[in-house]
Write a protein that binds this ligand. Structure first.
Ligand code: ARG
Length: 580
C-alpha cells in the first residue's frame, strides 16, 4: 500500500519520466501535480507550462514527453493532454480498490512517518502569574496543542515549554500584597479565588500609597537578591496561579503540566551572561541610557533604526533579554532544530527582532525559528470578546458556558444516563470551542458565536462528531466491523469519490504540518464527512436491495471514514464519541 500522498507519488513518477525523456532533473514537488477540479479527473500535472520556457519547447511537446514516458499504468489510466499542456490523470479503479482495502489494516491511515525527524521546542500557552488567562492564552494553548499533536504524529520530537510571566518588577507589589493578606512563606493553606481581583487590588494600593511603593521596591530587591522568605512567598504565588492554569488545561484536555513550565524566572540565571556575550561580540550600543541591539533592517517611519532594548536604564533585564536567553538555552543546551512560538500577532515585531539579534549573536544558525502568530477572537459586535458585564472575559467562564450550552442540547437525549450526558456535554462543548478556533486560518480574527459553533450542520466539530456517531451506529447495526483485507468494489461514482477523499488524508496532515495550519486538516475532515453524506444518500448499506458484495465493500468505506474522522479530530485534540 502507498505510504504518503498520491499526488507526491505521481510527482515522483513525472520526475522520472522527464529525466528519461528530456534529461531534466526536477523534484516531485516541481512536477506540480494538483488535485483537479474537473469532472472525472483526479489529478492534473502542470509541469509542462512551467518547464517549457527553460527547455525552449512548446508546453504541449513537454506534456507529450511526460505522457509517453510516464510509468504509472499501475496507478492511473492512460494520461491525456488537455488545453495548452495540462496532463490529466485519472486513478485506476482497481488501484483505488486495493488502496482502500489496504488502508483498513494501517493504523496511520496512509500517513508516513517522517524520514528526517526534528527536535522542536514549542512555546505555547504562556500566561502570566497572578492574572487570569485571557482568550489569547486560550488560542495559544489550543493551537499549540494541535501543532504539537500533528508534529508528534509525523514522528518529530516535540518539547513544549510554557513561558510563564513569573518574574520582574510587578512581583514586588504582588508579594507585598500577599503579605498584607496574611500569607506566610511556605504555608500550603492559602489560595486566591480570583486572580484578576488580586492583581487589581495590589495595583490600586500601589497607585495610592507611597509607603506601599517603597515596600514593593525593597521586595523586588529582596527577590532578586535571593532572600529565602521572599522566594518562598513568590513560589507560593506562582504555584497558586499554576493551579488555576492547570484547571483550564484539564478542562481543555491539553497535556501541559508543571514539568513543561519554563517561566521567565527559569532564564534569570542566564541573563547576565546572555547580555555580556552580546556586548563582547560588539553587538550592543547604549542609547538613552539603555543597552540596545540594533538588528539590521528594522526602522521606524522616519527611517530611524529600531532598538531592541536588552537592559533597561535602571540596569534591569526585560522581556527581550529573557527571550534571547531562551533561544540561547534551547539551541545550545537542548540542541533543538526548531523553535516555534505560538503567540498572538501583536508580538510579531518583537519576535522578528529577537530572531534577528539571535542570528547576529550566532546562536541561531541553521535552526528554524518561527513565530506562529494568531489573530483575536471577536464578539458578535466585531470587537474583542468581553464578558457579559463588559470586563475581560475569564477563560474558565467561557469554557464552562460552552459545556452548559452543549448540556442543554444533550439533555434531550433520554437514552443516555446522567453521567454519560455530563461526559458528552464536555466532549461536545469543549470540542466546539477548540474546533471553532482550529477551523479558522489562525492568522485571521474570528467571530465567536455559540450558535454557529454548536450547529449540527456546517463546518463544526458537532457535525463531525455526529457524522462519526452515525457511522458507528450503522456499523453496530450491521453487526460486523470489517476486518483488514476485506475486499472493496467500486461501482458507483459516489463510492469512488469517497475513496479518493479518504486517500487524501496524508496530504491534509502534511499541509497542516507544513504551514502550522490546523485548519487545513479540519477543512479536509469537513469535506470527508460531506463526501460520506453524499455517498450514504446514494449508496445504501444495510437495505435488503444491497448485494452482499456491495454491502461488505460499503461497510469498509464507512469504517474507514469513521477512522479518518476519529484520528483527524484526535490530532486536533478533539474526542469523537461512539454514540451521540
Ligand atoms: N506571557 C506573555 C504574554 O502573556 C507571552 C509569552 C510568549 N512567549 C515568549 N517567549 N515571549 O503576552
Amino acid at each position: 500500500m502507498l505510504q504518503g500522498d498520491v499526488g507526491v507519488e505521481l510527482g515522483r513518477r513525472v520526475a522520472v519520466a522527464l529525466r528519461t525523456a528530456l534529461g531534466v532533473e526536477i523534484t516531485p514537488a516541481e512536477a506540480l501535480v494538483r488535485p483537479s477540479t474537473r469532472e472525472g479527473v483526479d489529478y492534473q500535472c502542470n509541469v509542462a507550462m512551467s518547464l517549457a520556457k527553460t527547455l525552449k519547447k512548446a508546453p504541449r511537446e513537454v506534456a507529450q514527453a511526460v505522457v509517453e514516458h510516464l510509468d504509472s499504468a499501475d496507478l492511473v489510466e492512460d494520461p491525456e493532454i488537455a488545453g495548452p499542456g495540462f496532463v490529466n490523470l485519472v486513478l485506476r479503479r482497481e488501484w483505488l480498490e486495493e488502496q482502500a482495502a489496504g488502508l483498513l489494516g494501517d493504523d496511520r491511515l496512509g500517513v508516513a512517518t517522517t524520514e528526517s525527524p526534528r527536535r522542536v521546542a514549542i512555546d505555547l500557552s504562556s500566561p502570566n502569574v497572578a492574572k487570569e488567562m485571557h482568550v489569547g492564552h486560550l488560542r495559544s494553548s489550543i493551537i499549540g496543542d494541535a501543532i504539537m499533536r500533528l508534529l508528534r504524529f509525523a514522528g518529530h520530537e516535540v518539547i513544549p515549554h510554557n513561558h510563564l510571566g513569573d518574574w520582574g518588577t510587578p512581583f514586588g507589589m504582588l508579594i507585598e500584597h500577599l503579605v498584607d493578606e496574611g500569607w506566610k512563606a511556605g504555608s500550603e493553606a492559602h489560595s486566591i479565588s480570583d486572580l484578576n481581583g488580586f492583581y487589581v487590588a495590589a495595583r490600586k494600593k500601589f497607585d495610592a500609597d507611597p509607603d506601599f511603593v517603597e515596600r514593593a521596591r525593597l521586595r523586588v530587591v529582596a527577590l532578586q537578591g535571593g532572600d529565602e522568605e521572599t522566594l518562598a512567598l513568590w513560589r507560593g504565588l506562582v504555584e497558586e496561579s499554576t493551579r488555576h492554569f492547570e484547571k483550564v488545561y484539564e478542562l481543555l484536555g491539553i497535556g501541559l503540566t508543571s514539568e513543561d513550565v519554563y517561566g521567565e524566572s527559569f532564564y534569570n540565571p542566564f541573563l547576565a551572561d546572555t547580555v555580556a556575550e552580546l556586548e563582547a561580540k560588539g553587538l550592543t550600543e547604549v542609547s538613552d541610557g539603555a543597552l540596545c541591539v540594533f538588528p539590521p533592517g528594522f526602522s521606524n517611519r522616519e527611517g530611524d533604526r529600531l532598538p531592541l532594548i536588552i537592559r533597561k536604564t535602571d540596569g534591569g533585564y526585560n522581556y527581550a533579554s529573557t527571550d534571547l536567553a531562551t533561544i540561547r538555552y534551547w539551541i545550545r543546551d537542548r540542541e533543538v532544530t526548531d523553535l516555534l512560538y505560538v503567540v498572538g500577532t501583536p508580538q510579531s515585531q518583537h519576535f522578528t527582532m529577537v530572531f534577528a539579534a539571535a542570528r547576529q549573536a550566532g546562536w541561531l544558525t541553521d535552526q528554524h525559528a518561527e513565530h506562529v502568530g494568531f489573530g483575536s477572537i471577536l464578539g458578535e459586535d466585531g470587537k474583542t470578546i468581553r464578558s457579559r458585564a463588559g470586563g475581560t472575559l475569564k477563560l474558565v467562564d467561557l469554557l464552562t458556558e460552552a459545556v452548559d450550552h452543549a448540556a442543554a442540547v444533550i439533555a434531550e437525549r433520554t437514552d443516555f444516563d446522567a453521567a454519560e450526558q455530563a461526559r458528552l456535554a464536555k466532549v461536545v462543548g469543549i470540542g466546539a470551542v477548540k474546533y471553532a478556533d482550529l477551523s479558522n486560518d489562525r492568522e485571521r480574527d474570528y467571530v465567536f458565536t455559540w450558535e454557529k459553533m454548536l450547529a449540527k450542520e456546517g463546518n463544526t466539530s458537532v457535525y463531525l462528531q455526529y457524522a462519526n456517531a452515525r457511522i458507528r451506529s450503522i456499523l453496530a447495526k450491521a453487526g460486523e466491523v470489517p476486518a483488514a483485507g476485506a475486499p472493496v468494489t467500486l461501482t458507483e461514482p459516489a463510492e469512488r469519490a469517497l475513496v479518493v477523499k479518504l486517500l487524501g488524508f496524508p496530504a491534509a496532515v502534511d499541509a497542516a504540518i507544513d504551514a502550522y495550519a490546523p485548519h487545513k486538516l479540519s477543512n479536509y475532515l469537513f469535506e470527508t464527512a460531506s463526501t460520506f453524506t453524499t455517498f450514504y444518500d446514494t449508496c445504501p448499506i444495510l437495505k435488503d436491495t444491497t448485494s452482499p458484495e456491495a454491502r461488505a465493500s460499503r461497510l469498509v468505506l464507512a469504517q474507514l471514514t469513521s477512522r479518518v474522522l476519529v484520528l483527524g479530530l484526535s490530532l486536533l485534540g478533539i474526542d469523537a464519541p461512539e454514540r451521540l
